[in-house]
Ligand binder design. Structure first.
Ligand code: UT7
Length: 396
């Protein structure tokens, strides 16, 4: 039977305890707190502990969202984990999360849409539920970006952080509520504006790719910025129009938390005051697929969202992807209190007879331990350059 509506019934987030401040970063790259705050709005970000992974962060946020929805783990029929920093290439992080939350019956998979991942995952879950195929879906955005960053590249390492945000979507027999308008776009013209060169079939990981630092995120910051300022506003507007609403009708925007200047330009583009934009990137940085989920959970739990509010989730990311969902809020915000019953721990089964290396990058570990080491020259590894500088020489 097809439902009358599909609504958010649960929300939850988890951010690792360890904070990496701008002052910490001043000790690894040629940057300053002043530059980072004025150019991005970011003051600190969280760093996953050695024992934590994308799956464990996702499991904690997921368990919280399930508790908020008033459900048991086995009530979930499908699990979608949006991430660009999976635990492994296979199995999917979704499969690991299924076991870690104690679910025995759901289908589980990953969504690869970078920072738009939670919005894309939401759209997939919404379609499953509207079709009548499933009743409850868990959608999680989770990232351990600190493991994929070059801590000698000041253009990227200051921006990103670790964390997870989740929603539970449930089919309902009541009319109204939930997503009313959506817009999803993918523009491969910008495929190499944010990318991770090696480890895929085009360039399998090898000693050479490692030496060239091709296992780290690379980004054309300025180009990405230009794209983001344009696309975030148009994507949000299309979703709003599909809902039959106007920008003025929206009570709160939950934008992808990449850069406060991008969010300001979205507000300006839509002719709205910044009070309508939820911002928490000062405390978490850009957590990619997790960012919209973390922001939504914080917005509800801090009293910024009430029943009947019109909300817009909007994101952009590598691909280049963008996604917007205009939705009507129906859940009692006080249900967020139920998340407090969930301990911030999760375990993912380890393979037998195998122990991974310490997952924290060397340069980051030095800062976390209080030793900064020598500053490295600016990274000259630019995408498309024929002979990027070997990492070992740069670090020597
Ligand atoms: O989820 C999507 C992920 N990506 C994004 O959201 C990225 C979008 N882009 C941005 O947010 C911005 O472009 C950045 C924050 C990455 C950079 O800000 P910007 O205002 O576009 O700076 P810029 O790249 O034009 O650089 C301006 C100057 C340059 O120096 P010169 O050439 O003017 O002497 C850079 O070398 O700032 C320098 N710079 C830095 N200085 C101190 C670049 N990064 C840093 C840094 N600290 N971390």
């Amino acid at each position: 039977m097809t439902p009358r509506s599909v609504r958010i019934t649960g929300w939850g987030m988890y951010a690792p305890e360890r904070r990496l401040t701008n002052a910490d970063l001043e000790r690894v790259v040629d940057t300053s707190d002043e530059w980072i705050v004025t150019r991005t709005g970011i003051r600190e970000r969280r760093i996953a502990a050695r024992h934590e992974t994308t799956a464990t962060l996702a499991a904690i946020a997921g368990k919280r969202a399930i508790a908020v929805a008033g459900l048991q783990p086995d009530d979930i029929d499908v699990i979608l984990v949006a991430t660009l920093t999976p635990d492994y290439w296979m199995p999917s992080t979704g499969a690991l999360v299924k076991e870690a939350i104690g679910n025995t019956r759901a289908a589980a998979m990953d969504v690869a849409a970078a920072c738009s991942g939670l919005v894309y995952g939401y759209s997939v879950a919404d379609a499953y539920l509207r079709s009548g195929m499933f009743k409850n879906a868990l959608v999680v955005g989770s990232e351990t970006l600190s493991r994929y960053l070059d801590f000698s590249d000041r253009g990227t390492c200051i921006l990103f952080g670790d964390g997870a945000g989740a929603v539970v979507l449930s089919a309902s027999d009541e009319e109204g509520g939930g997503a009313q308008g959506m817009e999803l776009t993918t523009d491969p013209d910008g495929a190499y504006m944010i990318w991770l060169p090696s480890g895929g079939s085009r360039s399998p990981a090898s000693g050479q790719t490692l030496a060239r630092g091709e296992h780290y995120v690379r980004m054309e910051g300025k180009e990405t910025y230009r794209y983001a300022t344009k696309t975030m506003a148009t994507t949000a507007l299309k979703a709003i129009e599909r809902a039959g609403w106007k920008p003025d009708d929206i009570d709160l925007f939950i934008p992808h938390q990449a850069n406060v200047r991008i969010i300001e330009s979205v507000a300006k583009g839509l002719g709205l005051p910044m009070e309508k934009m939820f911002v928490n990137l000062d405390r978490y940085g850009n957590t990619s697929a997790a960012s919209v989920g973390i922001a939504l959970a914080e917005a509800v739990d801090s009293g910024r969202i009430k029943v009947g509010d019109k909300i817009v989730l909007v994101a952009f990311g590598a691909g280049l992807t963008s996604g917007g969902i205009a939705l009507e809020w129906t859940a009692d915000p006080l249900n967020g209190k139920r998340a407090e019953s969930v301990e911030p721990v999760a375990t993912v089964r380890e393979p037998i007879d195998w122990s991974s290396v310490d997952p924290i990058p060397d340069r980051l570990r030095q800062v976390l331990e209080g030793n900064s080491g020598p500053k490295v020259p600016l990274d000259d590894v630019v995408p498309g350059e024929p002979e990027p500088a070997p990492r070992d020489e740069v670090l020597a």
